[in-house]
Design a protein around this ligand. Structure first.
Ligand code: PBG
Ligand code: ZN
Length: 321
């Protein structure tokens, strides 16, 4: 008469922790950082409360502090003093990101320093490569990505993360890195990056808004799951070491799908996802810590090995409580 199977039996307080399927480990979180070449001190990012643009002088102390807090990897974005049509500062030897990388690695060699590899923060028009007749020129932009990749590796980056969504970007970058003697530097490809409305706060943070058009000719249509799988499959064939899905929480189905390719998978919990939680928490409508941990658990459950999130420092603190 009564249920033979009682799911509630294992939900008792003392049993629940034992049968927890998904756990968050501190090593799995990666913190994005913004370095602003023109900044003299930390500049708060208003759309991302708690996040700042750092001056270059902060690179060394920050590397030490973060590592001491338990942060094991960071991904760097640069805001150059000068922008131009061909993103010269993205591959300059003394460019903002090159200097930030070498300072951080010198201060704390154990910290994994990843560089975002794109042109949009460095171009005057704000697009992710070279523009010809109003369009992003794929193959010419690939040459630019090769130059940026090599300059970042020379500066000491442990890994490069191309986010431009150009066709053939992984094979082009792999070839350039190998040719220059960086065959051991992994490529974490933003393999499935959607043309999402959740990047708004980032564009303020990185000063990478575009002066015309949008990114729909190169970023993916949020409606397309099969195309999303193909995008990542292609990058895997081109030699990507790690695949990525971005944004994270709206795209967990895609993440789970791509996990089946067998490569390590990263998920980027983006600026808009961060800002939404911050805003609701600031209004007292949700419990920030609980919502963040639930979001992270869902991303991990869907198959992410690495989670890139602006909440990394808080999460490490909360995991220790
Ligand atoms: C640049 C880049 C973007 C993000 C990461 N790299 C913005 C964009 O594509 O417009 C977004 C990150 C975030 O929103 O947190 N290619
Ligand atoms: Zn870009």
């Amino acid at each position: 008469m009564y249920p033979k199977t009682r799911m509630r039996r294992l939900r008792r307080d003392i049993l629940r922790p034992i049968f927890t399927e998904t756990r968050l480990s501190p090593e799995a979180f990666c913190l994005p950082l913004f370095f602003d070449e023109a900044a003299k001190e930390e500049v708060p990012i208003s759309s991302m409360p708690g996040q700042v643009r750092y001056p270059l002088s902060a690179a060394e102390p920050l590397a030490k502090t973060l590592y001491a807090e338990g942060v094991r990897s960071v991904i760097l974005f640069g805001i150059p003093r000068e922008k131009d049509a061909c993103a010269t500062q993205a591959f300059a030897e003394d460019g903002v990101i090159q200097r930030a990388v070498s300072a951080m690695k010198a201060a704390e060699p154990r910290l994994v320093v990843i560089t975002d590899l794109c042109a949009c923060e460095y171009t005057s028009h704000g697009h992710c490569g070279i523009i010809r007749e109003g369009e992003l020129d794929n193959d010419e932009s690939l040459l630019l990505m090769q130059k940026i990749a090599v300059s970042q590796a020379k500066a000491g980056a442990d890994m490069v993360a191309p986010s431009c969504m150009l066709d053939g970007m992984v094979s082009a970058i792999r070839e350039a890195l190998d040719y220059e003697g960086f065959s051991n530097i992994p490529i974490m490809s933003y393999s499935t990056k959607f043309a999402s409305s959740l990047y708004g706060p980032f564009r303020e943070a990185a000063d990478s808004g575009f002066s015309f058009g949008d990114r729909q000719s190169y970023q993916m249509n949020p409606a397309n799951a099969r195309e999303a799988f193909r995008e990542s499959e292609l990058d895997a064939e081109e030699g990507a070491d790690i695949l990525m899905v971005k944004p994270a929480t709206f795209y967990l189905d895609v993440l789970a799908d791509i996990h089946s390719l067998g490569l390590p998978v990263a998920a980027y919990h983006v600026s808009g996802e961060y800002a939404m939680i911050k805003a609701a928490a600031a209004n007292g409508w949700i419990d920030e810590k609980k919502v963040v941990m639930e979001a992270m658990t869902s991303i991990k459950r869907a198959g992410a090995d690495l989670i890139i999130t602006y909440y990394t420092r808080d999460i490490l603190r909360w995991l220790n409580e």
